[in-house]
Design a binder for this molecule. Sequence first.
Ligand code: SF4
Ligand code: SF4
Length: 319
Amino acid sequence: MEYRFLGKTGIRVSRLCFGLLTMGPLQASLPLAEGVAVLKYAVEQGVNFFDTAELYESYSYLRELLRSFPGRELIIATKSYAVTAKEMEKSLEKARRELDRDYIDIFLLHEQESALTIRGHRAALDYLLEAKEKGLVRAVGISTHRIAGVRGALEFPEIDVIHPLFNIKGLGIHDGTRQEMEDLLTEAAAAAAGKGIYLMKALGGGNLLPQAREALEFAFSRPFAAAVAVGMKAPWEVDINVLAAQGLPIPDQLEKLISSEKRRLHIDPWCEGCGKCAERCSQGALFLGDDGKAHVREEECLLCGYCAAACPFFYIKVY
Ligand code: SF4
Ligand code: SF4
């Protein structure tokens, strides 16, 4: 496994970052022991970097992992939607308590859209900066799906880390092109700004699984990315991503496993019913139900993923 420093934070991370959303209750909902076994397997393959969020409700898996490797430097990144200092204090204390750890390596403001949004979270950010001074947090940052979010982070020298959405097709980037995002991330990672960058949604929320090899190769070969977070729930997925992180070929047999996975369209229960996905689907497979949320007629869905790219909130995934 190759390791890189995350910007100027002094934190050294494996190029493969283990994303916890996939195994947690919002997706696969793996039993605790099963999830921990996959995490331990990843550590044995050299992974030392784990990305979660308060929203993912997955601290219990990581707590057990940390207990399994006392003394090993495992890097935990988490995020919160906290806006006020009080809310952020609650989020940080929850993370420290549930992970049973005195400090959190990387704490992010979750889903920041622009400089304006970051300013709106100023009190929460200031709380994190104070926590950093006290040694409770080692680095602070933002996660974002938007080019404007990355641009916003560049206005704040105190932001150490950016966790942006980025993939080979630019799926989910709604305020510009993949190339524009790539140019900005290159600027953010350059010495002058010195932000530590680790990517999310390299597989487009599952929509790029049919071209997983190409999508992973693309993400891991971006020079601006210290690491790439990929959601995993089984050891064979760890094997694939560990190979991809090292730039090694993925055997056909493993690639077939990915393409043979039964996949379906998943619409998050917090869908806001804006209807943009239904407008985008030329198959007429999506509709707004009486509950005001989007639903799919599975028999008409081609799993093309266009609706996922149309959802402004990234609430649609294929997995
Ligand atoms: S994946 Fe494609 S076919 Fe299926 S609902 Fe979305 S846009 Fe329609
Ligand atoms: S585009 Fe997203 S938020 Fe809007 S209806 Fe579809 S799933 Fe819901």
